[in-house]
Ligand binder design. Structure first.
Ligand SMILES: Nc1ncnc2c1ncn2[C@@H]1O[C@H](COP(=O)(O)OP(=O)(O)O)[C@@H](O)[C@H]1O
Ligand SMILES: [Mg+2]
Length: 231
């Protein structure tokens, strides 16, 4: 998702896992579904947040060890310690961190570099086997090399998970996205494949937010994001 600051991108992401519940006085209208589950009214919030993980702009490892960060969600879910142990190793290996941290798993996560902390947060997110991962400008606080490593990781993650990512970096959107949604403060979204969403293209892809198309194909988050269709 791309669009100017303040147009509501983060807020839209927060609808997908009900993070907006934490902001007093908010309300949501309309319907967002993942599969058959209506997100806006579900009472199974812990399960929703397992299914829809989130990675933020600033890496936010918990103030605990590297191991405990990744084990946090699995422990909440009551998994056995042996299952947790293998999950921690798999998740850290998938995010390319295992070789860097295998010998200091029980040291503070805050000792890692910014890029490593962001990959740790992604490892924490995938440890609980989500279906969708929300990423709110995940590279905007990172240097170019760490950004490329996280981008490479995102390319691996899309093989397994649906990812909804907000970015201000147009090249990043072009590199990573199968679909692009362009949000404005006005009640219009433009969306589609990259070429249809790029500025100065035909406005035939411009649709009212309250009248999402019904042509969505495949993954549930495509529906959640307003019926964005695959090329
Ligand atoms: N649909 C909406 N209705 C009312 N206020 C909104 C809506 N979407 C976003 N906002 C408000 O607009 C401000 C900016 O939203 P935010 O999601 O942070 O924008 P962005 O991430 O695109 O910079 C926030 O104060 C948010 O509460
Ligand atoms: Mg934002």
């Amino acid at each position: 998702m791309i669009g100017p600051s303040g147009c509501g991108k983060s807020t839209l992401l927060q609808i997908f896992n009900r993070m907006y519940d934490l902001t007093p006085g908010t309300r949501v209208m309309g319907s967002v579904r993942i599969g058959h589950e209506e997100i806006t009214t579900t009472t199974r919030l812990q399960e929703l947040r397992r299914r829809v993980g989130m990675v933020f702009q600033r890496a936010n490892p918990f103030p605990m060890s590297i191991y405990d960060n990744v084990a946090y969600g699995p422990r909440l879910m009551g998994w056995s310690e042996s299952r947790i142990e293998s999950t921690v190793e798999e998740s850290l290996a998938f995010t390319g961190l295992w070789d860097d941290v295998a010998d200091r798993l029980h040291r503070s996560a805050h000792l890692l570099s910014g890029g490593q902390q962001q990959r740790l947060c992604i490892a924490r997110c995938i440890a609980v086997t989500p279906e969708v991962i929300l990423m709110d400008e995940p590279c905007s606080a990172l240097d170019p090399i760490s950004t490329l490593r996280v981008e490479e990781l995102i390319k691996d993650l899309v093989q397994r998970y649906t990812i909804v990512i907000v970015t201000h970096n147009m090249q990043q959107a072009r590199r990573l996205a199968d679909y692009t949604a362009f949000m404005l403060i006005e009640p219009f979204h433009r969306y589609g494949s990259w070429s249809n969403s790029a500025p100065r293209q035909s406005s035939s892809q411009t649709l009212r937010t309250r009248a999402p198309p019904t042509t969505s194909a495949g993954g549930s988050a495509k529906r959640a994001a307003g019926g964005i269709s695959r090329r």
